[in-house]
Design a protein around this ligand. Structure first.
Ligand SMILES: Nc1ncnc2c1ncn2[C@@H]1O[C@H](COP(=O)(O)OP(=O)(O)OP(=O)(O)O)[C@@H](O)[C@H]1O
Length: 324
């Protein structure tokens, strides 16, 4: 496959981008698979109204250069001068979608969550917290690796004397207790969300399942009596330990991202380099091709990047694209 193999015809255009299909949407935006005038295939995020969120996301994405973080292709410079939406963000397309609704097993779960921890380590070192780690913001690339997206809730790490009450931001099912109270400016908030995400991808639902926002907030409230979730069976004791540690109510009791990366559940996961090597060496005709996120099944010969439809096994390829 090469760039000449094109995707479905766009059904309409948004400021010069041909819209092929909707990939997903959230509170502030809708993301589309789109093509440019040069027939490059991209992810186009259309932020309808919230200019502040848009500007923040754009500013942060420009700073992020890491292979576990979705790439910003183009910041439509003119966008910054617009007073009203929609505002556009042009990103690399991750055609395998997010982890939302998926259940992962064993070392595959550990590898994917390790990718997220690596991305968080980078984000924290840059002086930011992501603020909205959850399965829907974790995209799968063609090699079975994870890329973090959606920096709309990202903020600078609060300084020690920064006790200002901020408007709570994030997704209730994955938010730390202190984030509910408007003190969501520390890296420990991301660690809570990561632990809740780990629970969710191995169990298929978030750890605290309030029926509505009020119940979810009560679950997270510091004086509620709910105990940390137990993820347990004998062979999963490492997993249970990490999740329960990450979901410690007092932020100071939680591990750092470095601790998470060194935790046996992640550190003992199958060697990632083997997976990376498999990604490059994978033969598109291999009979191991499949449609989950395992190391061998989603491998492609080259990374997905602008203008190039990924070269991959025909069965996987056809599931996502109409080749003309
Ligand atoms: N680069 C991409 N490639 C493929 N799919 C993407 C990409 N970026 C986002 N998506 C899909 O679009 C969905 C919504 O994107 P995003 O989370 O950025 O929107 P949002 O409005 O900021 O969401 P939220 O309300 O969670 O903040 C994601 O869950 C994901 O499924």
């Amino acid at each position: 496959m090469n760039a000449a193999a094109t995707v479905q015809q766009p059904s309409y255009t948004v400021r010069g981008f041909g819209i092929i299909k909707r990939l997903g949407s959230g509170a502030t935006a809708t993301v589309y698979e789109a093509c440019t005038e040069k027939n490059e295939v991209v992810a186009l995020k259309v932020v309808m109204r919230d200019r502040n969120t848009y500007m923040r996301e754009l500013r942060v994405l420009k700073e992020m250069r890491h292979d576990r973080i979705v790439k910003l292709f183009r910041s439509e410079e003119n966008e910054s001068y617009r007073k009203t939406g929609p505002f556009l963000i042009v990103m690399e397309l991750e055609p395998w979608g997010s982890l939302s609704g998926l259940v992962l097993w064993g070392s595959e779960a550990a590898q994917c969550m390790r990718d997220v921890a690596i991305a968080l380590q980078y984000i924290h070192r840059k002086g930011y917290i992501h603020g909205d780690i959850k399965p829907a913001n974790l995209l799968r690339d063609g090699c079975g690796r994870i890329k973090v997206c959606d920096f709309g809730c990202c903020k600078k790490i609060a300084t020690d004397d920064d006790t200002v009450f901020r408007r709570p931001q994030g997704t209730p099912a994955f938010m730390s207790p202190e984030a509910y109270r408007g003190h969501g400016g520390t890296t420990a908030c991301d660690v809570w969300s990561l632990a809740a995400t780990i629970f969710c991808v191995v169990r298929g639902h978030p750890p605290f399942m309030g029926q509505n926002l009020v119940e979810k907030i009560m679950y997270g409230a510091p004086d509620s009596h709910r105990s940390a979730p137990v993820v347990c069976c004998e062979e999963e004791s490492n997993l249970a330990h990490l999740v329960n540690w990450g979901l410690s109510k007092p932020a100071r009791d939680r591990p750092s991202v470095d601790d998470v990366l060194h935790h046996p559940w992640m550190a003992n996961a199958e060697d990632l380099r083997a997976r990376d090597a498999a990604c490059h060496l994978f033969s598109p005709s291999s009979s191991e091709a499949g449609s989950n996120v395992s190391a061998h099944s989603n491998s492609i010969e080259s990374s997905t990047h602008i203008g190039v439809v990924p070269s991959m096994s025909p069965s996987i390829f056809l599931a996502k694209y109409t080749v003309v």
